[in-house]
Design a protein around this ligand. Structure first.
Ligand code: GLC
Ligand code: CA
Length: 529
């Protein structure tokens, strides 16, 4: 397979609203990202994906865009963004922008026009349908609760919104809409960005009246067209968010000869937790089966993303690890397990500190539309506060959105104003300043792990072999040009026995010594043979 710059890169994902606030209005901003570039450089990441900073009424924290060509005033200005791109470039860091083109805000000028009537030239930029038996066209549901159809009094038709009512779905069947999107993408490419993360891109080929949302018939035709019209000749990093992708579907997106995307986020490992609001602890054998499946299927015919966390998922150390006694050890173990595989790592802000879930005490502490809608729905069903809050603590997206913990000063150094969402109470213990000083911190372990990947091609190009261990241990080999790297992880808080050969050179360990036949709780090691 042809080699690409994004294969040996490490991505750091930033949720700007919660990263760093420079003007003390309580909201993180683009200048805050620029201010922290040296921190990201210290960590060793060389790509930053920033969640949306475009003009937006913020119904879904920026995933409801009202103007693709301008920056939301709370986030800063276009000059701030251009400065970020050039300051990042000086440090060898590329900026990947979020591309949200399944829907816009209802305040986008296209939708404002579309609502004016059936013969408005922008009407067909969105998805409209007549009522059926006096009600919604069918029963498809919005991800954020309730029907995905909203009635428009003025025209007597419904419009589609797979997310909130303020996020009407675009109609990709309209070639003029597609042209407008490609022009907009080229505007951003011309600013010198490193690529796009494509929000819920699997929905753009939808056929809502046939109840097809993800993986619609035209999806890949549109992506091939987009590739040809925009980033195709530039070798940018493009990553699609694809909740419904299995390995066969993923190959459709990223097999090189198909000229679509570089890679996709697939969520099968996250989905092992089961029902969103009723999650269970994931058992290691299921996880290992998936790791093996993806590593084997994509080798030489696609490319994997490697991630545990993003702004939609609770904190990995609280869900897959142990955020109590073994927080540090388990955070390091999970990093080894994930990021020694083949693919491009995506580290979400604060993950490298071992930041934990927020353990909200009241719904008033939450901001996320999905969480608040769920709360309201369940309250109406008579469910108790405590019962709902338990779900919120386990699964709310706000767990990932509490401010970045920079230091032990007030508000964790995130802002000197009032933060738009509260800081996690454990910031005086878990914060970047303290972890930079501590050579055994999660932060410095991530730094070492990233450096190790960069220094050994085997992690980038090597093949993958899962070793048949019992279900407390995850062990795999990476093999490349006659060399072998062995990765050994104890997934439990107990000591566990193994007969694995570990007699090699220790490259990385969360106990700072070669493992023995009894692995210590959450022990993880990378051994070179
Ligand atoms: C994606 C985003 C999420 C957003 C949704 C709608 O899943 O990651 O944050 O709410 O799309 O745009
Ligand atoms: Ca600010």
């Amino acid at each position: 397979m042809e080699k690409h710059w994004w294969q040996n890169s490490v991505v750091y994902q930033i949720y700007p609203k919660s990263f760093c606030d420079t003007n003390n209005d309580g909201i993180g901003d683009i200048n805050g990202i620029t201010e922290k570039l040296d921190y990201i450089k210290y960590l060793g990441a060389d790509i930053i994906w920033i969640c949306p900073v475009y003009c937006s009424p913020q119904d879904d924290n920026g995933y409801d865009i009202s103007d693709y060509y301008n920056i939301n005033p709370e986030a800063g200005t276009m000059e701030d963004l251009e400065r970020l791109i050039s300051e990042a470039d000086k440090r060898g860091i590329k900026i990947v922008m979020d591309l949200v083109v399944n829907h816009t805000s209802d305040e986008h000028k296209w939708f404002v026009e579309a609502k004016k009537g059936k013969d408005n030239p922008y009407r067909d930029y969105y998805v409209w349908a007549d009522p059926v038996n006096g009600g919604a066209p069918n029963d498809i549901r919005s991800t954020f609760g309730g029907s995905a159809w909203e009635f428009d009094e003025a025209s007597g038709q419904y419009y589609l919104h797979l997310f909130s009512k303020k996020q009407p779905d675009l109609n990709w069947e309209n070639p003029r809409l597609r042209r407008d999107i490609y022009d907009m993408m080229n505007f951003w490419i011309d600013k010198g960005i490193g690529g796009f993360r494509m929000d819920v891109i699997e929905y753009i080929g939808k056929k809502p009246l046939e109840k097809i949302t993800a993986n619609g018939p035209m999806l890949h035709k549109y992506l091939q067209e987009m590739n040809a019209e925009t980033f195709g000749r530039k070798n940018l990093l493009t990553v699609g968010e694809c909740w419904a992708a299995d390995t066969d579907i993923a190959k459709l997106y990223c097999a090189p000869e198909r000229h679509e995307l570089s890679m996709v986020f697939q969520f099968e490992h996250i989905s092992l937790r089961g029902n969103k609001w009723n999650p269970k602890k994931v058992n290691l054998s299921d996880l290992k089966n998936l790791m093996n499946k993806w590593q084997t299927a994509m080798h030489n015919c696609g490319w994997n993303t490697l991630f545990w966390n993003n702004h939609d998922i609770p904190r990995v150390v609280s869900t897959f690890g142990n955020d109590g006694e073994y927080r540090v050890q388990s955070a390091k173990m999970l990093a080894v397990m994930m990021y020694c595989m083949q693919g491009t790592p995506f580290i979400f802000q604060g993950e490298e500190l071992g930041m934990t879930n927020a353990y909200f005490k009241s719904i008033d502490e939450c901001r996320d539309i999905e969480t608040l809608n769920m709360y309201k729905e369940r309250k109406e069903q008579g469910i108790s506060d405590e019962n709902i809050l338990e779900k919120v603590r386990a699964s709310s997206r706000d767990n990932a959105r509490t401010p970045m913990q920079w230091d032990s000063s007030e508000n964790a150094g995130f802002t000197r104003g009032t933060p738009w969402i509260g800081v996690n109470g454990n910031y005086s213990e878990i914060n970047a300043a303290a972890e930079m000083q501590d050579k055994n911190s999660v932060l410095n372990f991530y730094k070492k792990l990233i450096a190790m990947r960069k220094n050994h091609d085997i992690f980038i190009y090597g093949s993958f072999v899962m070793l048949p261990e019992n279900d407390d241990i995850c062990a795999y080999d990476r093999i490349y040009e006659g060399k072998r790297m062995r990765v050994v992880c104890n997934y439990t808080d107990q000591s566990v026995h193994t007969d694995l050969d570990m007699n090699g050179t220790l490259l990385l360990s969360n106990y700072n010594s070669l493992p023995e036949s009894t692995l210590r709780p959450y022990e993880a090691a990378v051994i070179e043979f």
